[in-house]
Design a protein around this ligand. Structure first.
Ligand code: GTP
Ligand code: MG
Length: 263
């Protein structure tokens, strides 16, 4: 399978890489990039039309990295424009707004769109992903907590950062980690190094934990219809999840059963 190892430039210590930004419209992709590259914040929403392109140079250890940034429009209307730009990326900024759960839930479909457009040559292992939980300055409207966002990201081997393009919180740290990981990957023959950020969950386990945490009642928690007599779904989910994030987490069988089921 092809890797996305970037071309070396004349100076053997310099690299040229391509990164893209993905996420729903209005989550703050352009503002994050602007905050890092131009050290400023624009409160007025100016939707990206198709793609914005920019170049920046960064130093990672003894290497100069020329970064080509393709800032994608999040609106579905621009799908036809976006799909040309997924190929040959070494890094992806996946952004959601911590105050809008649907923007977090949409991360899976952004990954899906990317995989689909990259086709059979897609090698997601040779791309560094960073998840930005953005707009953390708006604390009163927070809808997705840090644990949930981090679990989603780290169970997939992605980095996770809490950011605010408005205050600048987390922005420099996030980009430093991003470029440093891309450089590590390039020096590692184009394969993403085994992540040191892993929390030890598989993607499937993390998805189950997420479902349990977000369930509205105990039927929903078990993944069965109200009134169901079968606990097959429950047993299936317990066997996949080795432990739960809350220390004294107790699952109760719905209905008549009074004894809690403990691990
Ligand atoms: P599209 O280009 O349409 O895909 O949107 P985008 O994801 O690039 O969003 P953009 O960066 O244009 O920001 C959308 C709105 O959110 C703007 O009004 C920004 O000022 C605001 N915004 C972006 N980041 C932050 C943040 O960290 N905090 C707050 N409070 N507002 C933010
Ligand atoms: Mg934009």
């Amino acid at each position: 399978m092809e890797t996305n190892v970037p071309k070396r430039r004349d100076n053997k210590k310099s690299l040229r890489v391509k990164v893209i930004s993905l996420g729903n419209a209005e989550v703050g992709k352009s503002c994050i990039i602007k905050r890092y590259c131009e050290k400023r914040f624009v409160p007025k929403y100016l939707a990206t039309i198709g793609i914005d392109y920019g170049v920046t140079k960064v130093q990672v250890r003894d290497r100069e990295i020329k970064v080509n940034i393709f800032d994608m429009a999040g609106h579905p209307f621009f799908y036809e424009v976006r799909n040309e730009f997924y190929k040959d990326s070494q890094g992806v900024l996946l952004v959601y707004d911590v105050g809008l759960r649907e923007s977090f839930d949409a991360l899976d479909s952004w990954l899906g769109e990317m995989k689909q457009e990259m086709g059979s040559q897609a090698n997601m292992e040779s791309i560094v992903f960073i998840v930005c939980a953005n707009k953390v300055d708006l604390t009163k409207r927070r809808a997705v907590d840090e644990g949930e966002g981090r679990l989603w990201a780290e169970s997939r081997g992605f980095h996770y950062f809490e950011t605010s393009a408005q205050s600048g919180e987390g922005i420099n740290e996030m980009f430093q980690a991003f470029f440093s990981s891309i450089t590590d990957m390039c020096e590692n023959g184009g394969k993403r190094p085994v992540s040191e950020v892993s929390v030890g969950f598989t993607k499937e386990q993390a998805d189950t934990i997420r479902r349990i945490r977000n369930s509205k009642d105990s039927w929903d928690m078990l993944g069965v219809k109200p009134g169901a007599t079968s606990i097959t779904a429950f047993l299936a989910s317990v066997s996949r999840v080795q432990w739960f994030p809350e220390p004294n987490w107790t699952l109760r069988r719905p209905g008549r059963c009074s004894a809690p089921l403990r691990r």
